[in-house]
Design a binder for this molecule. Structure first.
Ligand code: GLY
Length: 573
């Protein structure tokens, strides 16, 4: 494994040297948008769906900037990638302007004003899992439309109508579903029937979907037209708000008109940190992702990962021990900063993280039970989506957005055609109780009215010498943080080009359960045996993350990394 990757790296490096020279001469002549290595210099969009990437690039070609393209892609994904793309959910944006201004937008959903700490517990105080996972009560107040309005108001260049139009067209005219989508929609047929007995666009009239079938979403097109005409009022007021409230009344949900009207996204100061001379710009709470990412990087920085090699036993051991400690902190200390005093400065203190690693011993795994007494569990779904965008000016946008579960709560708002999230499940439904998936949460993330639920989403941008270097992010629930972390070190420590860094096999540990999850072939058998001998429990699992990222080369070209684990696509020009 190690040998193969080293070989690839050196071959690519040589190619880049040559291509770099070609590119520079092309740039001088002003003719090249693309060079021979599939690198571009005018802009790039990498997203979970080819149609959405096309939309973003078309906006860039029209003279739109990265934020215009991001807004268009967010709305397009709500149509062509309804698993996670959304207007009924929320997300986070990290922005870096060509001049180096940085900003972060929190458009995470909020609990309704009548939400309560025990709303998902039965009379014996036990969590009723299905209630926070499915149906109307699982939904938080959606943030995506307000987020896009805010992002566009602050940084957009093209008209609002122009950036929403591609999504309207896709919903109205339909798009061809992928093989993967056909199979997902078929497998969810009964669930969609259960939560939407009057039918939805996701229920095939022929009862089964096939690859390349046209999915037309007329109700969603009308909603998007209202958003296009009226901005946030097209969603949080009027007929769409009426439809959401009617839906709530039908399914015993609790989102009110006032909740919708009062929803506002928040501009926050990004988390920044240094790693081996690179500056990491990432998402602050309400996501745990940014703090945890910087903690992980600080924890491993003293170790010679490059010398040890990618996924070697020493590299894996140090990373797992760092992850164990950082996820224990996450469980205890992170929640909505508007409700809970997150000890940000302490967690981001380099000495603190070095100190945490001082309890690690080479000869055996540190049992998680001795790292920190955690007694609260939360749970996270992995079906979020991420997209990365750069424009010709050098502006960069990193957005991760979600409905939480695949197709969220499975409730489609009748008459308005969009899925509601099931993000309430990202709260600690019962501080102190074990969860279904094993990720641990705490008091900091207990449910309260109007509070945002903790997330792991980690949209990030990396700078080198004051210049844009990388745009990166991924879905994957609790694995988001470790996936972004591994992608960054794959480039910085192991010298991988962007696509190789995204494709490389990953592993994951999250403190509890005390297990190392590995993708197929992530670790070779000798490495696995060495780690097992030290007490690590190594368990194979399916794909980890679905990273979409962009790297800016020394010669000013954009390299895309679209994750082969999905239908993801990098398109540049
Ligand atoms: N719902 C997944 C996350 O926010 O991390």
């Amino acid at each position: 494994m190690l040998k193969i990757i080293k070989h690839h790296t050196s071959v690519f490096c040589l190619a880049y040297f040559l291509v770099g020279a070609t590119f520079i001469s092309g740039c001088v002549s002003g003719q090249l948008g693309k060079n021979n290595s599939g690198e571009y210099r005018n802009g790039m969009v990498v997203s979970a769906h080819p149609e959405a990437s096309e939309v973003g690039v078309a906006i860039l070609k029209k003279g739109g900037n990265a934020v215009d393209a991001a807004v268009a892609v967010q709305f397009a994904l709500a149509v062509v990638y309804p698993n996670a793309g959304n207007i009924g959910g929320g997300g986070f944006m990290v922005f870096r302007s060509a001049e180096g201004e940085i900003n972060a937008l929190d458009f995470r959903e909020k609990a309704a004003s009548s939400a309560g700490r025990d709303m998902y517990l039965d009379s014996a105080g036990k969590p009723i899992i299905a209630k926070s996972l499915f149906g109307h009560l699982a939904a938080g107040v959606p943030g995506s439309v307000d987020g896009m309005v805010e992002a566009h108001k602050k940084y957009g260049k093209l008209s609002w109508a122009a950036v929403v139009q591609p999504a309207v067209d896709l919903a109205q005219n339909g798009f061809k579903i992928t093989k993967r989508q056909a199979s997902e929609l078929n497998s969810l047929h009964r669930d969609f029937m259960k939560f939407n007995p009057d039918g939805t666009a996701f229920i095939s009239l022929e009862s089964t979907w096939k690859e390349n079938d046209l999915l037309v979403q007329s109700e969603l097109a009308n909603t998007l037209k209202l958003v296009q005409e009226k901005g946030r009022a097209g969603f949080y007021e009027g007929v769409v708000a009426d439809a959401i409230v009617a839906e709530m009344q039908k399914g015993k949900g609790i989102i009110t008109k006032a909740d919708l009207q009062n929803y506002h996204s928040v501009w926050r100061k990004p988390i920044t940190g240094d790693y081996r001379g690179y500056k990491i710009i990432t998402m602050p709470p309400t996501s745990s992702g940014g703090i945890a990412l910087v903690q992980l990087l600080q924890s491993v920085e003293p170790y010679p990962l490059k010398r040890w090699g990618h996924n070697s036993d020493s590299t894996v051991q140090v990373i797992v021990e760092a992850e164990r400690r950082v996820y224990a902190d996450r469980a205890t200390h992170l929640g909505d900063p508007d409700f809970y005093n997150v000890p940000k400065n302490e967690l981001l203190d380099r000495n603190y993280n070095t100190q945490r690693m001082s309890t690690f011993r080479w000869d055996s795994a540190t049992p998680s039970s001795t790292v920190l007494a955690g007694n609260v569990k939360g749970k996270e779904h992995e079906e979020t989506t991420h997209f990365s965008i750069v424009d010709r000016y050098g502006n960069a946008v990193s957005i991760t957005t979600t409905l939480n579960g695949s197709y969220g709560s499975l409730v489609v708002v009748k008459g308005a055609g969009f899925l509601l999230n099931n993000e309430m499940d990202d709260f600690s439904v019962k501080p102190g109780a074990p969860n279904m998936y094993g990720l641990v949460g705490g008091e900091a993330n207990a449910i309260a009215p109007n509070k945002r639920m903790l997330s792991s989403m980690t949209p990030s941008i990396v700078e080198k010498d004051g210049k844009l270097f990388m745009v990166v992010g991924t879905p994957g629930g609790s694995t988001i943080i470790t996936s972004v972390f591994q992608t960054i070190i794959n480039v910085i420590d192991f010298g991988m080009p962007m696509q190789a860094a995204v494709s490389a096999k990953k592993f994951h540990h999250q403190w509890l359960p005390d297990e190392v999850y590995t993708e197929k072939d992530a670790l070779d058998s000798i490495t696995t045996e060495k780690l097992k001998a030290k007490g690590y429990r190594i368990l194979p699992r399916g794909a980890i993350g679905r990273v979409d990222a962009i790297l800016k080369t020394k010669w000013g070209a954009y390299q895309g990394g679209a994750d082969p684990r999905g239908d993801d696509k990098a398109i540049g020009y």
